[in-house]
Design a protein around this ligand. Structure first.
Ligand code: SF4
Length: 484
């Protein structure tokens, strides 16, 4: 599979896929590769440089602490929020980092890794303040650059690698791009329905009489059997639900110093009183609540599904909630029927996510918020149109409408925190997605602007957008609102 549904929907921790998950993954990859070669014993020092947007907004996005955790060997997919708190408190208290310690633990737990050289963690004096920041330096490949260097006792460089966090938790190592591209090309060639554009996707559907979800599923089956794919999709939905439910239990203010009050628990209580029997008239309030809850959990560093980024993580769960509660007869569905709806929704949404990854970007630091919230809204619209029984052309139309009305959306979070405008923006974008799907279903799938055209427009709008509005905390709300 070139880009799988399981690449677009991954489990990680908040608040940002590009600024938290990606940097943790990159630091983890650096130390794991070095450990595999048996080099950790010779490491006496570290040098970490962050560039561009990571340096400018990294503090609010948890980048610096994510790097420390990655260097210890924590993996964003498996680390628990309470482990994060414990590890960071220890590092702050001792001033020391246990380089590769979690790799060592994972090796001893996993018999399959016994062929890797045994990793001995190294205690090194290193903390957040040792990370060198270059906010005004944008490296040629991408604004989210990270350079890691391992040093010996004399200060000589043992190994140095440059990574980029390119959105949605995806990372690229400088020098390894060709190999990655070759692997992607090879995987693409194995797929029964390879596609990079919506036109190609629709052609497959038309030729073989398949839905967009069925095309995506057929491609997934190259790498996994159907039971595994369906179990994986069910797990993604479970984590989305758990994320929302966790937020409903947590009161107080969000971390970071902006004093943003968590609203989800209070809204939930009031809504449960006002609407005990799920009257359809209240659908909008419930959708708002789910988006708010997921994004509050993300903003507090909780466990979320990156969908396709963390900043936009509330949109797909909110629209999925709508689908599983307000579609005709949803209340009577068996668990199996509900799982099938969820799977079709996520597969269609992922097919549209592939198009954004292939033709544009899902990184706010690269194309602004239209790439994050806009892409998620477009994906959610496609998922909903799919489970509403839309034809492939109607699903494509839904995705197009949602992005068309998110074009130009900038990224300017206050204080570099994924809170304002991000949390409410997810609720608004979820509503847009629902409206886009409903509008598409009223038509016959024919429309003036194709999804491919709107994706290219988004990419070019992002390219022309002032750098101030691409996750730099240097423009828009980030400078016009006084932090309190
Ligand atoms: S404004 Fe949009 S792109 Fe920027 S951090 Fe918030 S959700 Fe992400």
């Amino acid at each position: 599979m070139a880009i799988s549904v399981f690449d677009l929907f991954t489990v990680g921790i908040g608040p940002s896929s590009s600024h938290t998950v990606g940097p943790m993954r990159a630091a983890h990859a650096f130390v794991a590769a070095f450990a595999k070669r048996g080099g950790l014993a010779s490491v006496s020092g570290l040098k970490v440089d962050l560039y561009g947007s990571l340096a400018a907004t990294g503090r609010g996005h948890g980048t610096f602490t994510a790097v420390l955790l990655g260097l210890e060997g924590y993996d964003p997919e498996t680390v628990l929020p309470e482990e994060v708190d414990r590890a960071l408190a220890r590092i702050e208290q001792t001033g020391e980092l246990q380089l590769g310690a979690e790799l060592a633990d994972a090796q001893s737990d996993d018999a399959q890794k016994t062929d890797a050289k045994r990793t001995e963690p190294r205690s090194l004096r290193f903390g957040v303040d040792d990370i060198v920041l270059h906010p005004l330096t944008v490296l040629p490949r991408h604004t989210n650059g990270m350079r890691f260097a391992a040093l010996d006792a004399s200060g000589n460089t043992l190994d140095e690698q440059l990574y980029f966090s390119v959105g949605g938790g995806f990372i690229i190592r400088e020098g390894a791009e060709e190999a990655v591209l070759d692997r992607l090309e090879a995987a693409l060639a194995e797929q029964p329905y390879p596609f990079r554009t919506a036109a190609e996707l629709l052609e497959h559907c038309e030729r073989d009489g398949l839905s967009i979800a069925q095309v995506m599923l057929a491609n997934e089956l190259v790498a996994r059997d159907e039971a595994t794919v369906r179990a994986g999709l069910a797990h993604i939905w479970d984590v989305m639900e758990a994320c929302k439910n966790s937020a409903l239990e947590r009161t107080g203010v969000l971390p970071g110093g902006l004093n943003v009050r968590r609203r989800a628990p209070d809204w939930h209580r009031r809504l449960t009183e006002q609407d005990p029997h799920r009257d359809p008239v209240f659908w909008q309030e419930w959708v708002n609540l789910v988006a708010l809850a997921v994004n509050e959990e993300n903003a507090s560093g909780g466990r979320v599904v990156t969908a396709p980024t963390n900043g936009a993580a509330g949109i797909i769960p909110a629209v999925l909630f709508y689908a599983t509660h307000y579609l005709p007869n949803a209340a009577d569905w068996s668990n199996g029927e509900k799982q099938r709806v969820v799977a079709d929704f996520l597969l269609a949404a992922a097919a549209v996510g592939v198009l954004y990854k292939e033709q544009a970007s899902i990184s706010g630091a690269e194309v602004g918020c239209q790439g994050e919230v806009g892409s998620a809204s477009s994906m959610a619209a496609a998922g909903l149109a799919q489970v509403l029984g839309g034809t492939p052309a109607q699903v494509e139309n839904a995705a197009e409408i949602a992005m068309e009305h998110n074009l130009g959306l900038t990224c300017d979070p206050i204080g570099g925190l994924v809170q304002i405008p991000c949390i409410e923006r997810n609720a608004i974008a979820a509503s847009k997605a629902i409206n886009a799907a409903k509008m598409a279903l009223m038509g016959d799938g024919s429309h003036h602007v194709s999804l491919d055209e709107v994706i290219v427009t988004m990419r070019e709008t992002g390219r022309d957008m002032s750098e101030k509005y691409k996750e730099t905390a240097m423009g828009g709300l980030a400078v016009n609102v006084i932090e309190c």
